[in-house]
Design a binder for this molecule. Structure first.
Ligand SMILES: Nc1ncnc2c1ncn2[C@@H]1O[C@H](COP(=O)(O)OP(=O)(O)O)[C@@H](O)[C@H]1O
Ligand SMILES: [Mg+2]
Length: 373
């Protein structure tokens, strides 16, 4: 089922009655979620993600705009008519019911001709439990389950009616790190198997990148950018998006363009052919530094961090907006050995990989694209 958001706005009345200030939680959001895809809504806390999800579910009514499921305008339909499945951060299982009863609950709540017979209900509950691999837990109560198992039950309960659209609001936030990765892979597998159009809300960029076909980055109720995760990472439209995606985060410098050269501090580090002289922000991804003895960019080595997978040179630079500059160096080859042998405080030189460097206007923070020659 394709889901279309057309110019959606949601305003809440302000909490301060006297001043009657309104909160615009979502502002003029337009989006098409293709049939069968998993879309991640990503942004910091308070940017309007849950509001968007609740508008799609029908738990909230938009102030302006329309919502379409396929050809059908569902804007004024109540949640129970929309054919959606919902999963929240806090599982929200009924503690006094068994796993089986929890999964059956949405079916038992159906009325009239929509309500299946007992055998069919049990069959559907079994299928849903099978999808999330909890068949052997059917007779337990929620208190007898781990957090990860409880969330699987909640997902099974959301799937049992075979929803047209599955909506997940930070479903992994209550799980510990290892379980979070396992459960997100699980959700991805289930989504691929069932091909249910899915919206997954998270503030965790790594989670969003790893799980989704498409991501939408939001800030203060406004969509900043949408696209395939890799596209958005490789081609951020503004400084906010560049900073929000990537671990370790992008390094940002106060820089200048002079005579078609990008200058950071006193050093001309990269040719930026078409860009006129201006003060800019230069963003450099941590993987954009190449350790080179005669490199164009230098900084002061503070320490070397080893994670097993790679080595980070953590450096200081007066033009850096971040507290420190972080350059990732592969563990292969002699480069890393050389770095480890360098004393703290020495100058390290790098060349910058042009496609890992982004320029942003200092005023608007919009991306300025450049040509390498
Ligand atoms: N029922 C409400 N009444 C008033 N303000 C609300 C209500 N729900 C959300 N908001 C406000 O709308 C904004 C977006 O909230 P929300 O969608 O919950 O963000 P997120 O899920 O991204 O953390 C926030 O400023 C929040 O305080
Ligand atoms: Mg939320």
């Amino acid at each position: 089922m394709e889901v279309i958001l057309r110019d959606l706005t949601k305003k809440f009345p302000g909490r301060d009655r006297k001043r009657r200030s309104e909160v615009t939680a979502v502002s003029h959001m337009s989006l098409a979620i293709p049939d069968g895809q998993l879309l991640a809504l990503l942004g910091p806390s308070g940017c309007g993600k849950s509001t968007v999800l609740n508008l799609i579910s029908g738990l909230l009514q938009p102030t302006e705009g329309r919502i379409l499921f396929g050809e059908e305008d569902v804007t004024s339909q109540p949640p129970e008519k929309r054919g959606i499945g919902l999963v929240f951060q806090n599982y929200a299982l009924y503690p006094h019911l068994t796993v089986k009863q929890n999964i059956l609950f949405p079916l038992e709540n159906l009325k009239g001709k929509d309500r299946p017979g007992r055998d069919e209900m049990l069959q559907k509950a079994k299928e849903a439990a099978g999808l999330v691999q909890i068949e052997e837990l059917m007779d337990r109560k929620p208190a007898e389950l781990s957090g990860g198992q409880q969330q699987r039950v909640a997902i099974a309960r959301a799937l049992v009616k075979r929803p047209k659209v599955l909506l997940l609001d930070e479903p992994l936030s209550n799980l510990d790190a290892r379980l979070r990765i396992q459960t997100r892979e699980e959700i991805r597998r289930i989504q691929r198997e069932t091909k249910i159009t899915t919206v997954f809300v998270t503030h965790d960029q790594e989670e969003a990148m790893s799980i989704s076909d498409l991501i939408v980055v939001m800030k203060e109720g406004i969509v900043q950018q949408s696209g395939r995760p890799q596209e958005v990472y490789d081609s951020p439209q503004n400084l906010f998006v560049a900073k929000f995606l990537g671990t370790p985060p992008i390094n940002v410098f106060e820089a200048q363009v002079r005579d078609h050269m990008l200058c950071i501090g006193d050093e001309a580090v990269l040719r930026v052919g078409n860009v006129p002289d201006a003060a800019v922000y230069a963003g450099v991804r941590p993987e954009g530094f190449l350790l080179r003895e005669a490199g164009a960019f230098s900084c002061r080595l503070e320490r070397v961090e080893v994670t097993g997978r790679d080595i980070s040179a953590v450096c200081g630079h007066t033009a850096s907006v971040n507290a420190s500059v972080r350059a990732l160096v592969g563990t292969q080859g002699g480069e890393a050995d050389g770095l480890s042998a360098m004393p703290e405080g020495s100058r390290v030189r790098f060349d910058l990989l042009p496609h890992k460097v982004f320029l942003f206007d200092r005023e608007t923070e919009e991306r300025i694209s450049f040509e390498e020659n």
